[in-house]
Design a protein around this ligand. Structure first.
Ligand SMILES: Nc1ncnc2c1ncn2[C@@H]1O[C@H](COP(=O)(O)OP(=O)(O)OP(=O)(O)O)[C@@H](O)[C@H]1O
Length: 820
């Protein structure tokens, strides 16, 4: 049976011009996978073609496909180039050829009619035509955006139909929508930030980028021009490579991401079919072609699942992170919406699939495990539920585990994993508790109240120096220093290292703090209670003991999403859950989105990344206008990643949309009026564009985000009084139906088409930090978390974003609003 390689980017063939052709592709692929002799396929060579391997094949009476027939050592490979009306197909087939890029070894199809050289004269011409090329790219990008909007509307409709069963009743029709109130924020459009010394020649010589594309890219004076160019570049990896370079990557990163060879390693003499096939397997070539190798690949291609297209066509930068094997823990970072969750979910499924294939190949081998033990986890249960849904959708064949340590893929929050381990440990936890908590305890499953540290302060606070009389300080000292280092005596505490804690403590202060720690532990023991962090640390220590006694660790692979919010105890548990070895730990994080945890550095807790970290730089969720507003929030903050390095927040979105709207009100009632008016407008738009009652189609993708639960309930009531039904969301799944209102914390990891950030007022965000007694360092960090929270909220919007406030705006809007 031949293998089919299918064009995955947007070839300029008839498929994009005639949508009815899509329905014919499935039957064509089915026939082609049956071989050249399949009935009705009529595979024919072309007389006088420049490439002797070119063929055309019948798709319909009117259309023919142009393809190449390659011999991969006895295995036939059909590389489909595109589909055109009969005569056009013959003309294209005469002049195209498949070969490898002489500078980087990636396979590519070229048309000899296009015959532009790469020599000095070609570079001069390319420089001359650069502005024209940018203008053409803009026109083409606009057309692509229109097409993408059409596809997205189809997808929304398909999703609606799929989820129809069980949808709550739609909200009633909303009348009286007026023009959107408020002012719009003009988007900044910066010049691209290229690495020093980049030239057309170096882009060609080092990476094999087409000189015309390179010249146009370097002539772009604004990021938006570069984005248009990248969106229309063929082959598409070249556009992506340019974007990566303009957002902080260097030549070596690009080579690695796209699997480009160094020019000195590429043979430029007539490549054999096998060399072309190897070039087609590079990630660069796979930005333009997809290998349809498994039945599942074929099924998806045949059914043409537009709705799930991202699942089939991972971006090469993402695919690299999904497929790459690592000899130890690795970390990916990237701004909101760059696909970290998508990569993590794909990687979990990919690891499961590889093990399944390996097990199959040694089918009757003794002791081969049917399913590997993989854990996909994250900070909160809500997010874990969401991850599980995504895996089920992406890899329907994956074997899920339901219990910790069972073969298969377990998707679960880390707190739940810890509890399962403690339950398994039973009374055997006593010696571990003695070592970790300094108390021999057997009952460790009841959660301690959050305000126990307040009790400790009330009882013993006066023995502490005034600057340390803070529940936040004590809780942080306990979670960041005492608990993870298993400190159980004053002697240990006076000697212990306190990295990153900001306040230094002399011996006397340490003694005072230690007595507060002891009180806390005594109080927990009296109540038979443990904190989340204690349960995690106990579970980790128990697993370490078990491993010391020769038991296997529960997992071969552990993958974590939203890792920036993990605490040291989480990290200890992660390390203890997985056998050290290849691909043991995979962490996806964005330090700009740290809204719970304190700043921590991985190698303080036994997780050494050492060169195994990568960044994603392309945003898939939101428009560049919304992104500009979100960056405005971050601009005043200073961020570090989980390896303690300065974190950049430059990444780009290829999508364009309406400018964000700012709504200023003088009173809460006025702000609610403005919010109601905006929501009516948005609901009416949905009605007009989707031909459905407002609320019936996609209204679940309309969200109002607020700082706390009190405001959430006030908004629900206030909008109801103004005739707009909105649904508060707490722990339950977001679901469909009316627009939703939730806290900014709850919205983490989610996305909506239209988002209103309500009450971004001076009095509401940042939360009043003076109520808490923070040390200077802790106060600065708390402020940074508030900034991150607003950034998380702003980056939930796919298309429309609005921000409202009463009185003075939040100081966190400093970069966006004139605070006067
Ligand atoms: N290659 C791709 N092609 C098209 N869409 C993609 C691609 N990768 C991701 N997306 C889409 O972009 C959106 C954001 O992806 P994802 O949630 O994985 O990002 P994230 O980095 O985890 O975001 P956050 O940090 O905000 O949670 C999702 O709607 C996802 O389906």
């Amino acid at each position: 049976m031949p293998t089919i390689v299918w064009p995955s980017s947007r070839p300029k063939d008839a498929i994009s011009r005639d949508p009815s052709l899509r329905a014919k592709i499935g039957p064509f692929i089915t026939k082609l996978s049956g071989g050249a002799t399949s009935v009705g396929l009529h595979v024919e060579p072309i007389r006088g073609s420049v490439d002797r391997r070119v063929r055309t094949a019948r798709v319909t009476d009117f259309y023919r496909a142009v393809l190449f027939e390659l011999d991969g050592g006895g295995q036939r490979v059909y590389v489909v180039y595109g589909i055109w009306p009969h005569d056009e197909a013959i003309a294209v087939a005469r002049t195209v050829t498949v070969g490898i890029n002489p500078y980087n070894g990636a396979a590519q199809v070229t048309d000899v009619r296009d015959g532009v050289g790469q020599d000095g004269q070609a570079v001069e011409e390319a420089r001359r035509d650069a502005r024209q090329r940018l203008a053409d790219a803009r026109r083409e990008a606009e057309e692509i955006a229109r097409e993408a909007a059409r596809i997205e509307a189809d997808n929304a409709e398909a999703r609606r139909r799929m989820e129809e069963a069980g949808a709550p009743a739609p909200a009633g029709r909303v009348a009286g929508a007026e023009a959107t109130p408020g002012v719009v924020v003009a988007t900044r459009d910066n010049p691209p930030a290229w690495p020093d010394g980049l030239t057309v020649e170096s882009l060609r010589d080092e990476l094999g980028i087409d000189v015309r594309l390179a010249a146009a890219a370097l002539a772009a004076t604004r990021e938006s021009e570069l984005l248009d160019l990248a969106a229309t570049a063929e082959p598409s990896w070249q556009g992506e490579a340019l974007l990566a370079l303009a957002t902080g990557s260097d030549i070596e990163d690009v080579r690695e991401n796209f699997e480009l060879r160094h020019p000195r390693d590429v043979t430029t003499e007539q490549p054999t079919d096998e060399e072309v096939i190897a070039g087609l397997r590079t990630r660069a070539a796979r930005s333009a072609f997809t290998w349809l190798e498994t039945d599942e690949d074929l099924r998806r291609a045949i059914e043409g699942l537009t709705f799930a297209q991202w699942q089939l066509f991972l971006h090469p930068q993402q695919r690299f992170l999904v497929e790459r094997r690592w000899n130890g823990p690795m970390r990916i970072s990237g701004g909101a919406g760059t696909g970290k969750t998508v990569v993590t979910v794909h990687r979990a499924a990919d690891l499961a699939r590889r093990h399944a294939e390996a097990a199959e190949s040694q089918l009757h081998g003794l002791g081969s495990e049917s399913a590997p033990r993989i854990l996909l986890t994250t900070f909160t249960r809500n997010l874990a539920d969401d991850l599980r849904r995504q895996v089920a959708q992406l890899a329907p064949g994956v074997t899920f585990a339901e219990k910790v340590g069972e073969p298969g893929l377990l998707v679960s929050g880390l707190d739940k994993v810890a509890r399962a381990i403690l339950q398994r440990a039973g009374e055997d936890i006593a010696p571990v508790a003695e070592r970790v908590l300094g108390r021999r305890r057997t009952r460790v499953l009841t959660y301690a109240r959050n305000d126990l540290w307040q009790d400790v302060l009330a009882l013993a606070g006066d023995k502490l120096p005034p600057d340390l009389q803070s529940a936040d300080f004590l809780a942080s000292e306990y979670e960041l220093v005492v608990l993870p280092q298993h400190v159980t005596t004053l002697q240990q505490y006076v000697r212990v290292r306190r990295p990153g804690r900001g306040v230094s403590l002399d011996r006397r202060k340490r003694a005072a703090v230690w007595s507060a720690m002891e009180r806390y532990r005594d109080r927990c023991t009296e109540l038979d209670a443990t904190s989340f962090a204690e349960q995690l640390a106990l579970a980790a220590a128990w697993l370490d003991d078990e491993a010391g006694r020769g038991s296997a660790r529960p997992y071969q692979h552990v993958l974590v999403d939203e890792a920036q919010d993990l605490t040291p105890s989480h990290l200890l548990l992660l390390r203890a859950l997985v056998e050290p070895g290849p691909d043991d730990l995979f962490l996806a994080e964005d330090s700009h989105q740290r809204i719970y945890g304190k700043k921590i550095v991985l190698n303080h807790y036994g997780i050494n990344i050492r060169g195994r970290s990568r960044r994603l730089t392309r945003n898939y969720r939101t428009t560049r206008q919304n992104l500009a507003l979100a960056f405005g929030i971050l601009d005043q903050g200073v961020y570090e990643d989980m390896e303690g390095q300065a974190e950049e927040h430059r990444y780009l979105s290829p999508r364009s949309g309406p400018e964000p709207v700012l709504l200023h009100a003088d009173s809460k009632a006025e702000e609610l009026d403005a919010a109601a008016q905006l929501l009516r407008r948005w609901l009416e738009d949905d009605f007009e564009h989707q031909g459905a009652e407002p609320g019936a189609a996609g209204a679940e993708s309309l969200a109002i985000l607020v700082r706390d639960r009190y405001q959430r309930d006030a908004v629900v009531t206030g909008l109801a009084e103004r005739g707009i039904e909105v649904r508060p969301v707490d722990r339950e799944a977001v679901g469909r139906g009316r627009p939703v209102v939730m806290t900014m914390h709850r919205a983490k990891g989610l996305e909506f088409r239209k988002v209103l950030l309500f009450d971004v007022s001076k009095a509401s965000i940042p939360r009043a930090l003076r109520d808490q007694q923070y040390s200077d360092a802790d106060r600065a960090d708390a402020l940074l978390r508030e900034r991150s929270l607003l950034y998380v909220a702003a980056t939930r919007a796919r298309d429309h974003l609005a921000v409202s406030w009463t009185g003075e705006p939040s100081p966190l809007l400093e970069g966006i609003v004139d605070l006067g």
